[in-house]
Design a protein around this ligand. Structure first.
Ligand code: GUN
Length: 295
């Protein structure tokens, strides 16, 4: 079997066009644009690229965006003050702090300071709690992108065995939670899965990953998942982005897994572009709910 390669880039473009149309309608209705502010602390090269890509995507969708660049030596107090100012600014609808932060800053303290109604990454305890209870305000961008990718590629997860490999707060844990819900972003068909979560301490990992109808991998280890770990015909979604020499590779050994899976995402061009598309969607939602509350 040679797997169908899922076109994350194309699906992300479609979502971005849909958001751009909704932004247009928003501007006509409210006479103003949604606005996102990204806070970037320090000079991490990958973070600089990610933030720049977010800025460009906002511009293309008609969303105002601003990048606040702070020196690597910025203190926690200074960063918190910056966030307080953005929280109070009614022209700012979405705020994100690009991770990772320099080691001397307390990420938890910083992220907790973002007003939950502007928390377009959906990292705050309030937004995680709402999502877990099945009444999300915002869905976290990368997990939401995975569910959109599955749905728009024609794969239902309802009743299927979804195995998530990885338990990070940003991807693994929210994916587990979202797949378990009774209804997903596209209704009951992309929710209601039977979910298993594996991690670095899981015993006999291949025996468990081989049970997956849908295998979602987010561990940050290049080419970790090989063909022997995948059930023939499974759908494999690779959330990993790892630099190997001058190449970007996923957590899944693409060449070998292609021979057993029925469908697989490439890296790059798979889940990555969906993260930005869903960030635009959240920023628009933040602006819409701000104006609904105000009216
Ligand atoms: N760093 C890596 N992924 C993300 C993300 O989704 N949001 C933010 N803010 N930082 C990140």
């Amino acid at each position: 079997m040679t797997a169908r390669i899922l076109d994350g880039k194309g699906i992300a473009m479609t979502i971005r066009q849909e958001v751009a149309q909704r932004v247009s309608a928003f501007r006509e209705k409210f006479g103003t644009s949604p606005k996102l502010v990204a806070v970037l602390v320090g000079q991490d090269p990958a973070s600089q690229v990610y933030v720049r890509n977010k800025e460009i995507a906002c511009q293309k969708a008609g969303i105002d965006s601003q990048v606040l660049k702070l020196d690597a030596s910025t203190t926690t107090a200074c960063l918190l003050e910056t966030l307080d100012r953005l929280n109070q600014d009614p022209s700012v609808h979405g705020i994100l702090v690009q991770l990772p932060l320099p080691d001397h800053l307390d990420s938890r303290l910083v992220l907790d300071r973002i007003d939950p109604s502007k928390d377009v990454d959906a990292f705050s305890p309030e937004n995680v709690g709402l999502m877990t209870q099945g009444r999300p305000r915002f869905l976290p961008c990368t997990p939401h992108g995975v569910l959109q990718l599955l749905d728009r590629s024609g794969f239902e997860i309802c009743g299927k065995h979804v195995v998530v490999v990885g338990r990070s707060d940003i991807v693994g844990k929210p994916l587990v939670n979202m797949c378990l819900q009774k209804s997903g972003p596209s209704g009951p068909s992309n929710a209601n899965a039977t979910v298993t979560c594996c991690h670095s301490q899981t015993l006999n990992l291949p025996a468990i990953t081989r049970l997956a109808d849908v295998l979602l991998v987010a561990i940050g280890k290049p080419n970790f998942i090989t063909a022997q770990m995948v059930k023939p015909g499974a759908v494999v979604i690779d959330v990993g982005i790892n630099r190997l020499g001058d190449r970007l590779v996923g957590d899944v050994d693409f060449e070998s897994v292609c021979q057993v899976a029925s469908a697989i995402t490439p890296v790059p061009g798979g889940v990555g572009p969906l993260t930005i598309a869903m960030l635009l969607d959240n920023t628009l939602r933040a602006a819409e709910s701000f104006h609904h509350r105000a009216s």
